[in-house]
Design a protein around this ligand. Sequence first.
Ligand SMILES: Nc1ncnc2c1ncn2[C@@H]1O[C@H](COP(=O)(O)OP(=O)(O)O)[C@@H](O)[C@H]1O
Ligand SMILES: [Mg+2]
Length: 507
Amino acid sequence: MSTADAVTGYSVAASAVSLNGLRKIYGDVVAVENVDLEVRAGEIHALLGENGAGKTTLMRLLYGLTKPDAGSISIDGATVSITSPKIARAAGIGMVTQHFSLVKTMTVTENLALQDAGFFSLDLAGARRKLLALCEEIGLEIDPDARIDSLPVAMQQRVEILKALAGGCKVLILDEPTAVLGPQDVDSLLDVIRRLRDTIGLSVILITHKMHEISQVADRVSVLRRGEIVATENASGMSIASLTALMVEGVQQEIVETGERSSQGTSVLAIKDLTVHLRGHDVISELSLEVRRGEIVGIAGVSGNGQSELVQALSGVFVHQTGEIHVDGKLVKGGSPSAFAEAGFGRLGEDRHASAVSALTVEENLILDRLHFFSKPGILLKRKIRKFAEESITNFAIKAKPDQAIGTLSGGNMQKVLLARLFGERPLAAVVSQPTRGLDVVSTRYVRQLLMVERNTGVGILLVSEDLDEILELSDRILVIFKGKIVGEVARKDFDRIAIGAMMAGV
Ligand SMILES: Nc1ncnc2c1ncn2[C@@H]1O[C@H](COP(=O)(O)OP(=O)(O)O)[C@@H](O)[C@H]1O
Ligand SMILES: [Mg+2]
């Protein structure tokens, strides 16, 4: 420890973290294996890797959220046993996880005060002073008295960062901080990170799988693949192509385009003036859109702008839902999932764990929505079910046995079961939500190709995804959703990241 700033309590001491031979095993999964990693004082160190590479697990080890099976951590050259986040914070490690930990009904100041105090000893005046001094020092603006739930996501994230800094952190871990942000907010966050390095010499570990973020801010980059560090390099020396190669190791990434991109077909899904009233306001407001035969229409938007509710409304679940939904030109009457299924509409929900019944087998999950087809009064047609399951397993390249419990499958295989269930019914139209979230690169590629194939056979697909790259890659048309309204439409020939990003931010 050396000099600490008298006002903020923030230590300006140079400090480095080193991880030595860390390992973490979950059941059969080696999440982190023999990781050596040094983070230098005052550097922005990007941690790059595909979904499932082990980035979060590695950082959870450093922040004391989970215990390593082997290895050690040293800070300022001394080995520290980090068995809880509290100990991590005391050692100068801060972390902003993918799920924020702020108390939404409290103000910024109250949230900061909460972390250093027992419940009965909130020092609000002190916390407010500390916050203002810190903001001044690093050139950030925030209203100390704003309630968290009144702040946009980007600002809430800033509060999380300030909270970590107020707690005295010298090494700040940010776990995919840009995943929840639109492009403009990404730029300002990267600015903030840079400023923190330059003004107070903060070390930042930035987890990302976005290459352009690395070239924008990182000093060094470590690439994690299947739990192991495969390279640590100066970021300036790394091209996007070489980073990608390190990250995915010979996996081909481009989508093979089959079929023409034209969408002149008839309307298979039409939403007219949909309004959904929830939590005291309209989360969807007079939204209309159309998906034609053989077309993928992507819904682009920053998370929380009505996407989830739009998907749910397409099974008519909301009590306060008005407007009309037509499938194949016919009004779907009776708002229930089965009314939609009967009309020829399929869905892949955003949470595959909620869509699969984990206690049931792969084949039971496959036929769940269509029991009538596989049963006679009182009996299940077991041979027919098994045959169907085996065909699905082959057709969708599912690595599983028909009688295996679905809960034991990897994310990618579980997603394939759900897609087999969806497209096995030959729907005319479907909504597919976050289809590759959390999947590894191979499964992601498979799922995206599958969606293209289904589109080419004529299914009209409404694709809802927070991954703008996915939307750009797959869509024939993009609709931008903002605060529950469609605020823009862009045809494939006019796709432009920046312009779409601006619309996503409501500009
Ligand atoms: N709590 C857990 N229980 C079981 N497996 C886990 C757990 N956390 C992570 N894993 C597994 O460890 C691997 C690495 O996951 P994670 O660290 O979340 O990767 P990343 O953050 O790079 O996407 C994955 O295969 C994941 O399924
Ligand atoms: Mg992660």
